[in-house]
Design a protein around this ligand. Structure first.
Ligand code: DGT
Ligand code: CA
Ligand code: CA
Ligand code: ZN
Length: 579
C-alpha cells in the first residue's frame, strides 16, 4: 500500500466515524479528499514534507485536512481520529458490509445497543432488539439478519479458481448481446491474482443501456446492487460483479485503467506526466499546449484510447501482459524492451506431481496415465504419498508398498503411449528429514519432497535441508499455504532458491487453486537466484490436469519463461535434470 492509500484510508475512516456521529457535510468532504489523494500522482509524504500549502494543492484538500495529514506524518497519528475511535469502538468495515447498514446506522446501533461487531449485530437482531430502536422496524431487522451471512462471505476474497469460471460465464453472456462490440474481464481477474475481491467486466457499446439491461437480466439468482445508465453491479453466489460500458473508441483506455493494478497505473500516469501527456480511463492526451491539464478528463489532443496497445505505445512502451502489472519492475523492463517472454500453457509437456488410489487419489495408475495422454502431455510422474514422520491423516505408503507399486507402474508404462516416471511425494519433517528410505529414494526416477505438517513458524532451514538432499528433485508446494485458510511456513525464499539452484532441485508452483504455492512474487524472487521451477497440478483425478492453467498464470506473474520451467522440457530433459 502506498502512503497515499494509507492516508486516504485514514481520512475515509474519519469520514465514516463522523457520519456515525450524525455529523453532516464534513464526511463527504473527507471522502472527496481521500479519493483525490489516492489518485494523486505525487507521493503524499513528499508534499507533506514541503508543508501545508503543498498538500492543499490537491483538489478538495483544504487547510483543515492538510493540517491533519501533516500531523499524521509528524506524530504517526491524527489526534481527533484517535478520539473518535475511542468514542466509537466499532468494526466499521465489517458492519457496513451488511446491505442497508451505513456508517450512520452503525452509530445509531452502537448508541442504542453497543453493537461493535457482526456477532453483536446478529445477536441483537435475533433477540428482536433492533426493531425496538426508533426508526427501525421488524422489516429492517429482518433485512439486516438476511444480510449478515452475505457480509461474512463477502469479507473473504474468492479463489481465482472459483472466480474465473464465473467471470468467463458473464463475459460469454455479454459477448452474445447484439449491442456489445467487445467484452473483456478486467481487474485482478485479468491479472490472475490468486484471490479476487470482485469481478470487473468491461463492455464496448453504442447502446450502454441495452447492455446494462442484458446484464441485470442475466440470472434470476443474481441480486442487483446498483444499475445506472452505463454501469451496474450484481451479486451472484456471494460474488460481486461490476460492469462498465464504454464508448468503443475509448475501450482500450478503459480496459487498461480497469485492469490495474492501481500501483501499475499510478507509475504509468507519472511516466505520462513526464512526457507532457495526461493518461486516464478515457485515453492518452497531449497536454503540452494546454493551460490547465486538470480542467477536465478529455483535454488537449487525444493520442490514444481505442486499443490497449495504443495506450502503451503513446508512452513509448510495448504492451505489457496483465500478469506483470503489479509495479514490480515491469515498466522499467518494458522501457528497455526487456520484458520476459512468458511461459504459456502450450509449453507445458507433462505433470510431475499427482496421486492415484494407491494413496489418496481417486483413479488407478492406468487411468491417470490415459488421462495425461488424452490431455496432451508427453509424460507424467506418479508421486503417491509416502508415510512416515510428517504424514497427515494417516495416508501414505510404506517403503515396501512403494516397491510393490513400482512393479505396477512398470507394467502400465510398458503399454503406455507416453513416458511414465515412477516417483514419490515424501514428507519433509520438521527437522528437514525425508520420510523415505535412502535405498528406495535412489531407485525411484524422481522424488518430490513436500512439507505437510508443522506448517507454522520459519521453514527455511527445513526446506533448504530437503532441497540439498541428493535424491530430492522437487520441493512440492513449498510453503504449504492454503488460500483463505492458512498462510503456511515463513520462508526466506532467496536463501531457499539459491540453495535449490546449487543443488539442482526445482521449486514447485502447485497449480491447485487452493494453493498456488509458490506465489508469483516468490517465483520472481526465486528466478532471480537462478532457481528452476516446475508447475504441477497435484491431480487426484484426471479432470484436474486442466488446473495447470492456474499454475502457468502464477508462473507468468513470477516473470517465468519456458526455459525456467522444468516440465517445459521433453522427457529426456527431465531425465537429465533428475540424474
Ligand atoms: P480486487 O477486486 O480487490 O481483487 O482488485 P482489483 O485490482 O480488481 O481492484 P478493483 O476491483 O477495486 O478495481 C479494478 C481496477 O480499477 C483496479 O485494478 C485499478 C482500477 N482502479 C479502481 N479504483 C481505482 C482508484 O481509486 N485509482 C486508480 N488509479 N485505479 C483504480
Ligand atoms: Ca476487482
Ligand atoms: Ca471492482
Ligand atoms: Zn501431492
Amino acid at each position: 500500500m502506498s502512503r497515499n492509500d494509507e492516508v486516504a484510508a485514514r481520512l475515509e475512516e474519519f469520514a465514516d466515524l463522523l457520519a456515525a456521529k450524525g455529523v453532516e457535510y464534513k464526511p463527504r468532504a473527507y471522502r472527496r479528499a481521500a479519493e483525490n489523494i489516492r489518485e494523486h500522482p505525487a507521493a503524499i509524504e513528499g508534499l507533506a514534507a514541503e508543508g501545508r500549502d503543498a498538500v492543499a494543492e490537491i483538489d478538495a484538500v483544504g487547510d483543515a485536512i492538510s493540517s491533519k495529514i501533516i500531523e499524521y506524518f509528524e506524530t504517526g497519528e491524527i489526534a481527533e481520529l484517535e478520539d473518535l475511535r475511542e468514542e466509537l469502538p466499532v468494526e466499521m468495515d465489517a458492519l457496513t458490509r451488511v446491505e442497508g447498514v451505513g456508517p450512520k446506522t452503525v452509530g445509531t446501533l452502537y448508541e442504542a445497543l453497543e453493537i461493535r461487531t457482526l456477532d453483536d449485530l446478529e445477536a441483537a437482531a435475533e433477540a428482536g432488539e433492533i426493531q425496538e430502536i426508533k426508526g427501525f422496524g421488524a422489516k429492517t431487522e429482518g433485512n439486516i439478519l438476511d444480510g449478515i451471512a452475505f457480509a461474512r462471505q463477502a469479507s473473504k476474497r474468492q479463489l481465482l479458481g472459483e472466480a474465473l469460471p464465473r467471470g468467463e460465464a458473464v463475459r460469454s453472456h455479454l459477448s452474445d448481446v447484439d449491442a456489445v462490440t467487445r467484452c473483456e474481464l478486467g481487474g485482478s481477474l485479468r491479472r490472475f491474482r490468486p484471490t479476487i475481491g470482485d469481478i470487473d467486466v468491461l463492455a464496448a457499446s453504442d447502446d450502454p443501456e441495452a447492455v446494462v439491461d442484458a446484464f441485470t437480466d442475466w440470472r434470476e439468482t443474481a441480486t442487483v446492487i446498483e444499475a445506472g445508465t452505463s454501469k451496474a453491479s450484481l451479486r451472484i453466489e456471494g460474488v460481486r460483479v461490476d460492469l462498465r460500458v464504454v464508448d468503443p473508441g475509448e475501450f482500450g483506455a478503459a480496459l487498461q485503467y480497469f485492469t490495474g493494478s492501481k500501483d501499475h497505473n499510478v507509475a504509468l500516469r507519472n511516466r505520462a506526466i513526464d512526457r507532457e501527456l495526461k493518461m486516464n480511463e478515457y485515453g492518452v492526451f497531449d497536454v503540452s499546449d494546454v493551460e490547465d491539464p486538470d480542467a477536465g478528463q478529455r483535454v488537449g489532443e487525444r493520442v490514444a484510447g481505442e486499443t490497449e496497445e495504443g495506450m502503451y505505445d503513446a508512452l513509448s512502451l510495448p504492451w505489457i501482459p496483465p500478469e506483470l502489472r503489479e509495479n514490480r519492475g515491469e515498466i522499467e523492463a518494458a522501457a528497455e524492451d526487456d520484458l520476459p517472454d512468458l511461459v504459456t500453457t502450450d509449453a507445458i509437456r507433462g505433470d510431475l506431481h499427482l496421486h492415484t488410489e494407491w494413496s489418496d487419489g481417486v483413479n488407478t495408475i492406468a487411468e491417470m496415465v490415459e488421462g495425461a495422454a488424452a490431455f496432451g502431455h508427453d509424460y507424467l510422474c506418479l508421486t503417491d504419498h509416502a508415510t512416515g514422520p510428517g504424514t497427515v491423516g494417516g495416508i501414505g505408503l510404506a517403503d515396501d508398498e512403494l516397491r510393490e507399486q513400482r512393479a505396477e507402474i512398470e507394467d502400465v508404462a510398458a503399454d503406455a503411449e507416453i513416458d511414465v516416471f515412477a516417483g514419490v511425494e515424501a514428507n519433509v519433517g520438521a527437522d528437514g528429514s525425508i520420510s523415505v528410505g535412502e535405498d528406495l529414494l535412489a531407485d525411484l526416477d524422481l522424488v518430490v519432497a513436500s512439507p505437510h505438517a508443522a506448517l507454522d513458524g520459519d521453514g527455511t532451514d527445513r526446506l533448504v535441508a530437503a532441497a540439498e538432499h541428493p535424491e530430492v528433485d522437487i520441493i512440492g508446494h513449498p510453503t504449504g499455504r492454503r488460500l483463505n485458510e492458512r498462510s503456511g511456513l515463513a520462508v526466506d525464499i532467496e536463501r531457499l532458491a539459491a540453495a535449490a539452484a546449487d543443488a539442482g532441485t526445482a521449486l514447485e508452483i502447485n497449480a491447485n487453486p487452493q494453493r498456488l504455492d509458490l506465489s508469483g512474487r516468490r517465483v520472481q524472487t526465486a528466478l532471480g537466484q537462478g532457481a528452476t521451477i516446475t508447475i504441477n497440478t497435484d491431480a487426484h483425478r484426471p479432470a484436474s490436469y486442466e488446473l495447470i492453467r492456474y499454475g502457468v498464470r502464477t508462473a507468468r506473474r513470477g516473470w517465468a519463461e519456458a526455459d525456467d520451467v522444468l516440465n517445459a522440457r521433453d522427457a529426456d530433459g527431465i531425465r537429465s535434470f533428475v540424474e
